[in-house]
Design a protein. Structure first.
Length: 399
């Protein structure tokens, strides 16, 4: 099935709408971590309980993404996305209404279930509605949602949390999601179901996993997750305890990186369309080796130098995902796209979880809280980057 033809204004509206939905999902995921001190104090949580809240979202998202693979192509894309997004916004409101650790945990599990499925449906829409020649640019625009989340969504949510209540951050995300849901009812095009036969779990697994190109795409995404999410979760403690930044200076890293990626993400997407997704990914991977090395070896330095390195790190490490996701979206035939992308979304979540856990096997704390062996994590991330560079040339474009 060829991409659904849309006139240019409708195509731009669709991309903007999908970016907004992605923004809600990313802010909802990111906002919990900086709310930790308030939540632990007001809901009487232990550090272990708060850690469970954070991991519950990712685990639920991975399981839901895998389960969705068996049914995603059995429904009209518009109807399915509206149902999932409605479930997501209701779960987000439920987070704001939670009164205890247990009630918040249930709400976070529900938000993870619906949020985890959103990503696959967004990418399926791009694959179904945007021609391959413009898919890189469209993916870049949708992925600027990550930048907006870092620059605007999370800081605004924290402002409301400090001046009103932690609940206000979730109500903000839920309210914006409600407005987008109303817009989605009017703007989302209908895309008929691809599969109408009896539900066949074994057949779905066989159809997706029997394609060698799918396995190469899975391997590519897994390598990129290991190459990025092994470094990112420990960036803040390293900057404070090893590089010498104050906690008050930490937001500058995310603000500078987010602002830069607002401009570089669409640019990388356009370059992927012009020069090829695989080639662009290989170039960005090669360029990202330098900031990966620098960020994991930084000694105490002046703030402007640290910001220059961290911004380059965020631009290139996040930039790799733009041509990668555009390439992966095109790696499956249209008939299998939804099922493949759901499994890929689940694999991406599980790979990110593994990437965050593996460094804990080598990291240690030294005197004054210094983070030891972060350089080894950097070398591992560089090795995974080289693997991703090699795999990029072996994923074929099928649609």
């Amino acid at each position: 099935m060829t991409p659904l033809p849309l006139p240019p204004p409708r195509e731009r509206q669709l991309i903007l709408l999908l970016a907004g939905i992605q923004f809600c999902h990313i802010v909802d995921f990111m906002i919990l971590m900086p709310l930790g001190p308030q939540l632990m104090r007001l809901l009487h949580m232990s550090p272990a309980q708060f850690g469970l809240l954070v991991s519950a979202y990712t685990l639920a998202a991975g399981v839901a993404g895998f389960a969705c693979a068996f049914v995603i192509d059995r429904f009209d894309r518009r109807r399915l996305l509206l149902v999932i997004f409605t479930g997501f916004l209701l779960a987000t409101f439920a987070c704001g209404l939670a009164w205890s650790f247990e009630s918040l945990l249930v709400a976070r599990l529900l938000a993870g279930i619906f949020g985890g499925i959103l990503g696959a449906n967004i990418m399926a829409y791009l694959g179904d509605c945007i021609p391959e020649a413009r898919r890189g640019a469209a993916t870049g625009k949708v992925m600027t949602a990550f930048s907006f989340a870092a620059v605007a969504g999370v800081p605004l949510g924290l402002f409301l949390a400090v001046h009103f209540s932690w609940r206000a951050a979730f109500f903000l995300v839920g309210g914006f999601a409600l407005l987008l849901a109303l817009a989605a009812m009017r703007l989302l095009p209908s895309i008929p179901a691809r599969s109408t036969g009896p539900l066949d779990l074994r057949g779905t697994l066989s159809a997706v996993l029997s394609v060698g190109n799918h396995w190469r795409a899975f391997a590519l995404i897994g390598a990129l997750m290991l190459a990025g999410f092994s470094v990112i979760p420990f960036l803040s403690p390293y900057m404070v305890h090893n590089v010498g930044l104050s906690e008050a200076q930490l937001p500058l890293i995310y603000l500078a990186g987010g602002l830069a990626t607002l401009f570089t993400a669409p640019l990388i997407g356009r370059l992927a369309d012009r020069h090829g997704k695989a080639r662009t990914l290989q170039v960005v991977c090669a360029l990202s080796l330098a900031p990966l090395f620098l960020i994991t070896h930084l000694p105490p330095l002046a703030l402007p130098i640290v910001l220059a390195v961290s911004t380059l790190f965020m631009v290139l490490v996040s930039g790799r995902l733009i041509p990668a996701m555009a390439l992966v979206t095109s790696a499956s035939s249209p008939a299998l796209r939804g099922r493949f992308l759901s499994m890929n979304a689940a694999w991406q979540q599980l790979s990110a979880s593994a990437a965050a856990f593996l460094p804990t096997l080598v990291l240690a704390q030294g005197a004054g809280g210094r983070l030891l062996h972060y350089d080894l994590v950097g070398y591992g991330a560089m090795a995974m980057t080289l693997l991703a560079l090699w795999l990029a040339g072996r994923v074929e474009v099928r649609s």
